[in-house]
Design a protein around this ligand. Structure first.
Ligand code: AMP
Ligand code: GLY
Length: 422
């Protein structure tokens, strides 16, 4: 197959690696292209310069390359209509239409779909004025959960017991957009479950856990994600089936009923509360960094699976197979992330890290300047460790991280260190 992957993060590097056969698998022989890609992806795919936020350019590139499948990684291009442009060119696309991607693009819309589909989620008020904001905060009480309605790369959410901070964030969101969502606080461990959808049939991948806060012990601001692991040895055995039955399938059915079928990954961000599973958020794409650990464990051929989803044939696919190994990823972030990020620092030790048994290194915010690898974004690398269990995978991942040098960088030291007690 000839496949084009849109995006430039570690998630896209993980997708390209899985399409190529995985960190330890046999090469698949697919002809892989990526746009714009990054220096890590360049080792596996041909790169093409492209503004991924320009749907016409995405459609044109797919047509020019005559690819069999396009996989769109990030939410921005999806919300902008990249998948629509690819389909208009007559090429199968793994990724929802702009109309279906609103499931991620607007938290208020997602709440509406969940209410219609009977999907369990946090109670929420959508506020459009400072007075409504104040009333909603007092209705739920502390801890306060205040969410920017629109896309914010995982950084639009403030969870705090400080009412002034909650008000300040809510009012800042109102000044920037038109609405802000205030929610009931959900207590309990979080799980990310990615469900492939062809618009009708839902196929769950393996669940993962993400670490969203910048600092150890879940301190500091929310980020896009600082690390992840899979599988979840502590999760209830029926969890995946329950989430498909109560969350993913009803949501996919509701989107189809509305005339906007959801094709791609429905990312179910869940809290396992004392009162049962609740949806924290939906995303319309693979999660980053969870994809790095989930796809590292996938034994089934990813390209065939994504093509089946893009062409309405998921029902025909055999059951997914998984490697018994566990995987842990640790994100190496640039100085200042998630606030003001410093770019242009040289990165060394990537090859040494990748030489550690069971380790592979995925690029995100990296650039090659005069053949020197330098940082060019907030989350710079995702170091993935694989092992017989979480402990072994974690040891491998941190052995890899130790070999990498990037001035001013930071990473969490406690990824997958403790499992939640249920
Ligand atoms: P979101 O962008 O909606 O996923 O929110 C980012 C993070 O904020 C989540 O992963 C949670 O850690 C936290 N969060 C969001 N909503 C809630 C909630 N209702 N209760 C508790 N924590 C939340
Ligand atoms: N890791 C969270 C996300 O991808 O949104």
């Amino acid at each position: 197959m000839r496949i084009l992957v849109i995006g430039s993060g570690a998630r896209e590097h993980a997708i390209v690696l899985a399409l190529a056969g995985g960190p330890a698998g046999e090469p698949t022989g697919h002809e892989l292209h990526a746009a714009p890609g990054n220096p890590g992806i360049a080792a596996l795919a041909r790169l093409h310069a492209l503004d991924p936020m320009d749907p016409v350019a995405v459609g044109d590139l797919a047509a020019r390359l005559e690819v069999d499948l396009v996989v769109v990684g990030p939410e921005g291009p999806l919300v902008a209509g990249a998948a629509d442009a690819v389909r208009a060119a007559g090429i199968p696309c793994f990724g929802p239409s702009a109309e279906a991607a609103v499931l991620e693009g607007s938290k208020a819309f997602a709440k509406d779909v969940m209410a219609a589909a009977g999907v369990p989620t946090a109670m929420a008020h959508v506020c459009t004025t400072p007075d409504e904001l104040a009333d909603a905060l007092d209705a739920f009480g502390a801890p306060y959960v205040v969410k920017d309605d629109g896309l914010a790369a995982g950084k639009g959410v403030v969870v705090t017991s400080d009412r002034d901070e909650a008000v300040a964030h809510g009012e800042a969101c109102l000044r920037q957009g038109s609405q802000v969502v205030v929610e009931e606080f959900l207590d309990g461990p979080e799980v990310s479950l990615f469900c492939l959808s062809d618009g009708a049939t839902v196929v769950p991948l393996a669940p993962a856990q993400d670490f969203k806060r910048a600092l150890d012990d879940d301190q500091g601001p929310n980020t896009g994600g600082m690390g992840a692991y899979s599988p979840l040895p502590w999760a209830p055995s029926g969890l995946v089936d329950e989430v498909v039955a109560r969350v993913a399938q009803p949501t996919v059915d509701e989107m189809r009923r509305r005339g906007t079928p959801f094709v791609g990954v429905l990312y179910c961000g869940l809290a396992l509360t004392g009162r049962g599973v609740r949806v924290v958020e939906f995303n319309a794409r693979f999660g980053d960094p969870e994809t790095q650990v989930v796809l590292a464990r996938l034994a089934s051929p990813l390209a065939e699976e994504l093509l089946a989803a893009a062409t309405g044939r998921l029902e025909e696919r055999p059951r997914l197979r998984w490697h018994p190994d566990a995987a842990v990823t640790v994100v190496v972030a640039a100085h200042g992330y998630p606030a003001g990020v410093r770019s242009g620092d040289p990165i060394t030790g990537v090859d040494e890290a990748a030489a550690v048994p069971g380790v592979h290194v995925l690029h995100a915010g990296t650039a090659s300047v005069d053949d020197v690898l330098v940082s060019s974004g907030g989350r710079v690398l995702s170091v993935v460790g694989r092992g017989a269990d979480i402990e072994a995978a974690r040891a491998a991942a941190y052995a890899g991280v130790e070999r990498i040098a990037l001035e001013g960088s930071h990473h969490r030291g406690d990824i997958a260190a403790r499992m939640p007690a249920l």
